[in-house]
Design a protein around this ligand. Structure first.
Ligand code: SAH
Length: 353
């Protein structure tokens, strides 16, 4: 059975499926899910992420986290965690750079939070030089200082969508028509938890919520508050989202999210305001454009240093990679960075107000 037949059978038996249920089924179904049944990254795959574009991304994040660790008195031991590490490239680049900071790696207990067994195998291979362990959720993170990175993790978490109808909301859900999946709307309901969005929306507007993003952030914030540390969240999105941002990507092209469940990547923009509000135990940095953040961390100097050993097409690719990560017309503006850090403390480098 393919995943589409499985979903159609479920909807036929149980009625319309909520969007968050659909999204997590598509991405993480144990055998037929997008992340569980294949390795979707890279030029050959469906999409390319910042760590695939250049080693500079993970290196600079590694040095920023190591500086945050030094600024907090170099606590030992501490958790060095990544949410959704994909192929493990970012963590490998991060560790290589941060290894230059005396004591950092010795004090670090490296923990990867990854739901896909297939991707855990790839990460094990990439990080074979390092002692790492895996957890299913951030709820199980140890009680010690936590320095954490999440790149393009929160955009993969399942969202719900609500369309405004007067003072009420209609939730979008998935139904079946013949052999096709269709997007429908449930009857209007009052939703007190969404009242704050009555201020900035009008009839027919669509808003998105992501409970798992909020609970995940709250867990991280709780540990940073209790034991110290910092979290850096990199993703596409902005402060408060409005409108339909659900997107399906297959073979580097956008497609219909309902067309081939389990075969396309599904993401939605991250609402950084919701994350900041969930991190009540912590301070949060300004939401900073990725290009600005990387420039502040010295990506241009690092790029020049690497360029001196390159020529021909390798040099051209390297220059294009720098541009792709930082230029406002490429990833530089679409992607944002926000850090969580202890109340009364200073934000990690590159994220000052
Ligand atoms: N950070 C990587 C990969 C981003 S793709 C990069 O920048 O290249 C999203 C990653 O999050 C994948 O590794 C996916 O398997 C993982 N993931 C998605 N949902 C998850 C969940 N609910 N719990 C844990 N990991 C999840």
């Amino acid at each position: 059975m393919n995943l589409k037949d499985h979903i159609i059978a479920r909807i036929t038996a149980e009625g319309p499926m909520r969007l968050d249920d659909y999204m997590s089924t598509c991405l993480l179904h144990p055998t037929l899910g997008y992340y569980t049944s294949q390795t979707p990254f890279g030029q050959q795959g469906d999409f390319v992420t910042a760590p695939d574009i250049s080693q500079m991304f993970g290196e600079l994040i590694g040095l920023a986290l190591a500086q945050a660790w030094l600024d907090q008195g170099a606590p030992k031991p501490f958790t060095l965690a990544e949410l959704g590490p994909g192929r493990g490239t970012l963590m490998a680049d991060l560790l290589r750079a941060a290894n230059q900071v005396p004591g950092f790696l010795d004090a670090a207990e490296i923990i990867l939070i990854e739901a896909s067994p297939a991707l855990r195998d790839v990460q094990r291979e990439t990080l074979s030089q390092h002692p790492v362990r895996w957890l299913d959720t951030p709820f199980d993170l140890p009680d010690q200082p936590l320095f954490l990175i999440a790149n393009e993790f929160f955009d993969a978490l399942p969202i719900r969508q609500f369309q405004r109808a007067g003072p009420n909301w209609r939730e979008r859900s998935i139904g079946v028509e013949g052999a096709a999946l269709t997007m429908g709307l449930s009857p209007a309901q009052s939703r007190p938890e969404l009242n704050f969005r009555l201020e900035d929306t009008k009839d027919g507007d669509l808003i998105e919520t992501c409970t798992l993003a909020n609970t995940t952030t709250a867990q991280i914030a709780k540990r940073i508050d209790a034991y110290g540390g910092a979290a850096m969240i990199v993703d596409y999105g902005d402060w408060r989202s409005l409108g339909d941002t659900l997107q399906a990507v297959q073979g580097h092209k956008t497609t219909d999210p309902l067309a081939e469940p389990g075969r396309a990547d599904l993401t939605a923009h991250v609402d950084f305001e919701a994350l900041a509000m969930a991190a009540t135990d912590c301070a949060y940095s300004p939401v900073t454009a990725q290009g600005v953040f990387l420039e502040r961390l010295g990506i241009t100097q690092r790029a020049q240093q690497l360029a001196s050993a390159l020529s021909g097409s390798a040099l051209e690719n390297h220059i294009a990679a720098h541009r792709r990560l930082t230029h406002p017309a490429e990833m530089g503006n679409l992607f944002k960075v926000m850090a969580l850090f202890p109340k009364g403390g200073t934000p990690p480098p590159g994220l000052d107000p």
